[in-house]
Ligand binder design. Structure first.
Ligand code: AMP
Ligand code: ZN
Length: 114
């Protein structure tokens, strides 16, 4: 997708602080962090929202979580704790239409989220 900012990061057309990279998944620090650790984890294939995932993507979804686990370990927040979430569409606050998981850590998190 040429007009997708996350696809541009995957293509290295836009720079990002990459913290994880494999053949299917990329993770980079959020440009507007909402916590001391805020990482965005994305599939390298353009998929707009959670609604657009199919059963064929089951392994890919698992890979997003395994990447989150590895990033949390490497950034030293696995034991203190972290939150992973995927916003879907506007009511949830999804503005970049390339499905992505947020990993937030480094401070206590409120529940329920706002
Ligand atoms: P969402 O609001 O769930 O769509 O999340 C999109 C996230 O991507 C936001 O937290 C943005 O701060 C982040 N973001 C947008 N552009 C970039 C970028 N070029 N590099 C890193 N993070 C970005
Ligand atoms: Zn994209």
């Amino acid at each position: 997708m040429t007009d997708c900012i996350f696809c541009k990061i995957i293509a290295r057309d836009i720079s990002a602080d990459i913290v994880y990279d494999d053949e299917q998944v990329l993770a980079f620090r959020d440009i507007q962090p909402q916590a001391p650790v805020h990482v965005v984890i994305i599939p390298k294939r353009h998929i707009a929202t959670l609604n657009d995932l199919s059963s064929a993507d089951a392994e890919l979804v698992g890979r997003l979580y395994l990447a989150a686990k590895q990033v949390a370990n490497e950034l030293g927040v696995a034991q203190s704790g972290y939150r992973t979430l995927i916003n879907c569409n506007r009511d949830a606050g999804q503005y970049v239409m390339h499905v992505h998981m947020h990993l937030l850590a480094g401070r206590p998190m409120d529940w329920p989220p706002g």
